[in-house]
Design a protein. Sequence first.
Length: 219
Amino acid sequence: MSDFAWPDPDPADAFGLVALDYNLSAERLISAYRHGIFPWPDSHPSSPIPWVCPPRRAILEFDALHVPRSLLKSRRALIDLRFTIDFAFETVISACAAAPRAGQRGTWITPAMRTAYLALHRRGHAHSVEAWAGETLVAGLYGVSAAGVFAGESMFHRIDDGSKLCVLHLIDHLRDRGSTWLDIQQLTPHFARLGACEISRGDFLARLARERRADRRLF
């Protein structure tokens, strides 16, 4: 597997900029995630890709998971939902790109990003979770598995709490394979309610190095 010599993050940059280029090859993406770096493009397809390793990183430790009462109620009410993994990756990433985001005029999941993550999926490094009501896809999420850690990228829902239930299904799957935490990159109110927190870049990279040595297979 190809690797890249990544420079240290720019200490003066609030987002932890590491590099700026147009290279979205599968090899570069895999190398980036293995080093705690991810692409953070804007919605303009002609802009170069910022590769970042933020000074603060959001994670969800499974021992700290808090499932709100309302979500437990939804889980019981939606007992007929069927969950799958990697059954409809391309449909999930397209639905995530099309999902409306408050305060955003476009999506960072540009056609080039979709193509890149589809290539990652075909190589076994990008994965999706799907929720189905009958034969209808009602929610989903996708992310990248590298260095024994799953990094969540995006999710969508067409029913209340659908994407949150996908997260719970993902956590059950990862726990069964020995994983103890999830990289969520940025702390959102939704994940904060589930018990996520922020840690320093140094702490995150140390955790990632331990998982890389463990060589855990998650999918």
